[in-house]
Design a protein around this ligand. Structure first.
Ligand code: FES
Length: 56
């Protein structure tokens, strides 16, 4: 599912970024660009990051 439409980032890509070393929303944002345009996805993106980190 798309989390960030501005940058075409899916929840799967966010998870992948975390498995590859991102350990915070800030890391994911810097690496994928989520939340850096309109900002509407920030809340959901943070949630995906939190959920994924919680599963590790
Ligand atoms: Fe992510 Fe706009 S939907 S910045």
């Amino acid at each position: 599912m798309y989390v960030c439409l501005c940058h075409g980032v899916t929840d799967g890509q966010i998870r992948e970024a975390i498995y590859e070393g991102c350990c915070s929303y800030r890391d994911v944002r810097d690496s994928l660009g989520v939340g850096t345009q309109c900002g509407k996805c920030a809340c959901l993106a943070k949630q995906v990051v939190r959920d994924t980190l919680g599963e590790l």
